[in-house]
Design a protein around this ligand. Structure first.
Ligand SMILES: [Zn+2]
Ligand SMILES: [Zn+2]
Length: 381
């Protein structure tokens, strides 16, 4: 698969334009507008906006009936200040496209340009620009959107760039590829008092200092196998920043992580039991809430076979690779279709994802688009 030079240079320019104007998860209104305007130029058969928030779907129909294939990228950036001298660096203070979602979006616009020249022979291609990947909310919201029911795909594919893997090489495996994870927010409540008379109040301090290492001990991490469990304490707060008040409330944030959803259920149960027993023993009230919920990402053999065949046809070296410690909300698509995600190397020494000096390598735009377009042609002609 080849793309003409103009289409490729436009995709690169588009990537850099997105890079300059990053928006956070759930706030991608302008990004979605920019994407929809670009896609409109490719005269798709349908262009849906406002999917699950700011999601955009661009649809190309084949002349004959057949299966539908969804290709998914993400729209959101991160609340991290970018460190860069590049002319296309972020113009928004404290926000940056530091996961490469600008690049993934550019890849799908390049695929759209090729499909506008030649539609699939049969079935349907759905190019989904998904919002709010970083919080784990976007895929679920898109899937729950009634407008999505009408375009529910038979198969869904996605890619993520990956620093640490040689530039332009791929990693693809069957089974679990990304961990299940969720944020547990624990609130402990006692009673505030004057700092001179703490005995009149009930501070959660002692319970918090016992709970944090005990929670961490539930998930010591290690190799990514079926028994893998990791609990990371990410934030804690006791009372208010004041010298005159003995604290009456405390909060602990912990991220729970396992390879599969089944192991997550067991970890949740143990973590909750621990919190309840510490709170009860100290006479404290407790509340538990979950945020940033990611199911594990499971690659279906049929979708992997299609990607593998596309990678081989494009002469792109690939290896099975290991499952990833981070989570990815693409896993949700496994609930409605056969789905698979592959990773495209961003270079061995490339700055890591979510680092302030990360920037998506433009060389991957053509490579990613070649793999996706080849998969489309193999599946739908
Ligand atoms: Zn990310
Ligand atoms: Zn990402």
């Amino acid at each position: 698969m080849e793309f003409d030079r103009q289409a490729l240079s436009q995709a690169i320019a588009f990537r850099r334009a997105l890079h300059q104007a990053p928006e956070l998860s759930g706030e991608e209104a302008r990004t979605a507008e920019t994407v929809a305007a670009r896609l409109h130029g490719f005269a798709p058969d349908q262009l849906l906006t406002g999917l699950g928030g700011h999601g955009v779907a661009c649809i190309f129909e084949g002349a004959e009936p057949g299966p539908s294939l969804l290709l998914r990228c993400e729209l959101d950036a991160l609340p991290i200040e970018e460190i860069s001298d590049a002319p296309h660096r972020s113009r928004i203070l404290g926000k940056g496209h530091l996961c490469g979602h600008d690049g993934h979006s550019a890849i799908l616009t390049l695929v759209a340009s090729a499909l506008s020249q030649r539609r699939p022979a049969r079935g349907r291609v759905i190019l989904l620009f998904q919002p709010a990947e970083e919080t784990g909310a976007g895929a679920a919201a898109v899937l729950a959107d009634p407008a999505f029911a009408a375009i529910r795909p038979d198969m869904a594919l996605s890619l993520h760039n990956l620093p640490g893997l040689p530039l332009g090489e791929a990693s693809l495996r069957e089974g679990p590829v990304n961990c299940a994870s969720r944020g547990l927010r624990i609130t402990l409540s006692g009673k505030t008092a004057h700092a001179s008379m703490p005995q009149d109040g009930l501070s959660p301090m002692a319970a918090m200092t016992r709970l944090m290492p005990a929670l961490a001990a539930l998930g010591p991490g290690g190799a990514l196998d079926e028994s893998f469990r990791l609990v990371t304490i990410t934030h804690a707060r006791l009372g208010e920043p004041a010298f005159g008040i003995a604290p009456g409330t405390g909060e602990i944030w912990a991220t729970l992580r396992t390879l599969r959803d089944e192991a997550m259920a067991a970890l949740i149960e143990e973590a909750e039991r621990l919190v309840i027993s510490e709170a009860d023993a100290a006479g404290l009230g407790h509340a538990l809430a979950y945020e940033d919920i990611f199911t594990h990402c499971e690659n279906h053999p049929a979708a992997v076979a299609l990607l593998r065949s596309a990678l081989d046809a494009e002469g792109i070296a690939h290896r099975p690779g290991e499952p990833m410690y981070p989570s990815e909300d693409f896993g949700r698509f496994a609930s409605v279709s056969r789905s698979a995600m592959f990773f495209l190397g961003a270079g061995l020494d490339h700055p890591r994802l979510h680092n302030p000096d990360y920037d998506f390598p433009d060389d991957l735009i053509a490579i990613g688009a070649r793999v996706f377009l080849r998969a489309v042609r193999e599946a739908l002609g």
